[in-house]
Design a protein around this ligand. Structure first.
Ligand code: GLU
Length: 471
C-alpha cells in the first residue's frame, strides 16, 4: 500500500489557534501512526491578509508543540506557475472558460435569481462564448449542471451534493491569482497528498474540489472532515471562551504534551482513556475513532490535564521549560540548586509552570523574605528552642538524606517534648518564608545542610531582633 501522505495548509493570517492546532495534530499523528509523511504548506494567496509574522508565529507554535513535518513549508505564492499550468489544462480540455461578466452583471443575476426564489448563482452566460484571456477576465470552472457529487467522507459517511447547486465557480481571479479551491486541489495533487483531514467547515468546498480532481483525471484522496471545536455554550469557539492561540498557552505555563493530549481528545477517543503520552498517541491514533459530534473546549479540563502531565513528567525534562518562567522572576543561576530535586518537590502542587516557578522562588531567595502573617504566627520566642535543637541535630547527621533528616526531627521532638507540627511550622517559615511549601524533609534535602542552617540562623536572629524591639 502507498504510504499515507497528509498535510496541514494554514492561511498565515494570524496566530495558530486551538482549532488549527488540532487539525495539524490529527494529520501529523495519522502520518506518524502509519509511518507516512506530513507536508506543511502556507496558503498565502490572500496577499492583503497574509503576513510573514503569521508564518513565523505558526512555525513557532508548531515547533513548541513538537509537530514536525517531512516536507515544506511550501508557499502557494511561490507556486503560481504550477497553478497556471493546471488552469491551462482545464481550459484546453473544455473544463474551464474565461468570463468577463462585470460585478454589476453578477449582482443583477443575484437579484434576478433571489426575486424568483432561487439561490443566487452565476447563470453561465460566458460559458460557450469562447472568450479570450484578458485583463478583466476571470476563469470559471464548467461545473456539471445535473447529477450528484458524493463526498465519501471517512468520518461522516457519504454526503451527496446536487451538482445543480454548484454554479460555475471562479477558479482564477482576473489578476491571475488562483482561488482557494483550485490552488488546494493542484497542491494536493502535485504534492501527492492522499489523505485530507480537516475541519468540517470545509465540507461544502469538497464537492467542488472533487469535480476538479475528476476534470484533471486524478484519483480522489481520502477525505475526513472533523467536527468543529465549540465553546462551552456550543457556539463557535472564540476569544470569549478563553485563550485561543497556542502561544498563549505556552506563556501561561502549559506543557506541549498536555496541549496535544487535550487537543486530540477534542474529536478523537480511545475507550475512556483521558491521559496519553506522545508515544501513546502515535501508537493509538486512527481515523476510526474520530467522533461525529463537535468537541467542546473546556479550559478547566485542559488545566487539570496540564497538572497531570506536570505530575507525570520526569523532573529533568521540566528544567528547560521552567527556565523562562524563573527568568521572569530574575532567577537565572539555576545551578545553585539541584534543579531536578527542586522540580520533584513542586510537581504535585503545580498546575502550570507559572505556578511551579512561583513555588520555586524561595529556593533561590537569600536572605529569605517572610510573609508577615507567617512570621507573626510562627517566628516567635517559643520557636527558638526547637530551632536550636534542630540545628544541632542536623549538624550531627552523617548523611543528609530524607530518612536522616526525618531522624533529626524525631530527635528534636524528643528533646523538646513538642509534636512534629510545632517544630515543622516554624522551620517551614524559616526555610520558605511561607506556611505552605513542599514537604519539609524533601525541602531541607534540596536546600542542603549549609543553606538550611543559614536560613534557620536567619530566623533565630529575626526572632531575637523582634523580641528586643517588638514591631
Ligand atoms: N487554508 C485553509 C484553511 O486554513 C485550508 C483548508 C484545507 O484544509 O483544505 O482553512
Amino acid at each position: 500500500m502507498d504510504p499515507v501522505i497528509t498535510r496541514f495548509p494554514p492561511s498565515p493570517t494570524g496566530w495558530l489557534h486551538v482549532g488549527g492546532a488540532r487539525t495539524a495534530l490529527f494529520n501529523w499523528l495519522y502520518a506518524r501512526h502509519t509511518g507516512g509523511r506530513f507536508v506543511l504548506r502556507f496558503e498565502d494567496t490572500d496577499i492583503e491578509r497574509s503576513t510573514p509574522q503569521s508564518v513565523d508565529a505558526i512555525l513557532e507554535s508548531m515547533a513548541w508543540l513538537g509537530i514536525d513535518w517531512d516536507e515544506g513549508p511550501y508557499f502557494q505564492s511561490e507556486r503560481l506557475p504550477v497553478y497556471r499550468e493546471h488552469l491551462q489544462i482545464l481550459l484546453d480540455t473544455g473544463h474551464a472558460y474565461y468570463c468577463t461578466c462585470s460585478p454589476e452583471d453578477i449582482e443583477a443575476m443575484r437579484r434576478e435569481a433571489t426575486a424568483h426564489g432561487g439561490k443566487p448563482r452565476y447563470d453561465g452566460r460566458c460559458r460557450n462564448k469562447q472568450r479570450p484571456a484578458s485583463d478583466d477576465a476571470v476563469i470559471r470552472f464548467k461545473a456539471p449542471a445535473t447529477g450528484t457529487t458524493v463526498v465519501d467522507d471517512r468520518v461522516k459517511g457519504p454526503i451527496a451534493f446536487q451538482n445543480s447547486e454548484l454554479d460555475d465557480f471562479i477558479i482564477c481571479r482576473s489578476d491571475g491569482m488562483p482561488m482557494y479551491n483550485l490552488a488546494v486541489v493542484v497542491d494536493d495533487i502535485t504534492m501527492g497528498i492522499n489523505t485530507i483531514i480537516r475541519g468540517d467547515d470545509h465540507v461544502n468546498n469538497t464537492p467542488k474540489q472533487i469535480l476538479l480532481y475528476k476534470a484533471l483525471g486524478v484519483p480522489l484522496p481520502l477525505f475526513a472532515h472533523v467536527p468543529m471545536v465549540l465553546g462551552n455554550d456550543r457556539s463557535r469557539l472564540s476569544k470569549r471562551h478563553g485563550a485561543m492561540s497556542v502561544t498563549e498557552y505556552r506563556e501561561m505555563g502549559y506543557l506541549p504534551d498536555a496541549m496535544l493530549n487535550y487537543l486530540v481528545r477534542l474529536g478523537w477517543s480511545h475507550g475512556d482513556q483521558e491521559f496519553f503520552t506522545r508515544p501513546e498517541l502515535i501508537a493509538k491514533f486512527s481515523l476510526d475513532n474520530i467522533g461525529k459530534s463537535a468537541g467542546v473546549f473546556d479550559p478547566a479540563k485542559l488545566l487539570a490535564l496540564n497538572a497531570e502531565h506536570i505530575r507525570e513528567a520526569k523532573p529533568e525534562t521540566l528544567v528547560g521549560p521552567l527556565q523562562p518562567f524563573l527568568k521572569a522572576h530574575e532567577v537565572t543561576q539555576l545551578d545553585r540548586r539541584p534543579m531536578d530535586l527542586v522540580i520533584a518537590t513542586l510537581q504535585p502542587r503545580s498546575k502550570t509552570l507559572v505556578e511551579m516557578a512561583a513555588g520555586a522562588l524561595f529556593y533561590f531567595q537569600s536572605p529569605i523574605v517572610y510573609e508577615d502573617k507567617a512570621a507573626a504566627k510562627f517566628l516567635k520566642p517559643s520557636a527558638q528552642e526547637p530551632l536550636r535543637q534542630l540545628t544541632t541535630a542536623l549538624t550531627q547527621l552523617s548523611r543528609f538524606d530524607e530518612a536522616q533528616i526525618e531522624g533529626a526531627f524525631a530527635q528534636t521532638m524528643e528533646a523538646t517534648g513538642l509534636k512534629l507540627g510545632k517544630i515543622a511550622q516554624p522551620v517551614r517559615v524559616a526555610l520558605s518564608g511561607k506556611t505552605v511549601s513542599p514537604g519539609i524533609f524533601e525541602m531541607i534535602r534540596v536546600l542542603g545542610r549549609e543553606e538550611t542552617l543559614v536560613r534557620i540562623n536567619q530566623a533565630l536572629a529575626f526572632i531575637e531582633a523582634r523580641a528586643a524591639a517588638p514591631p
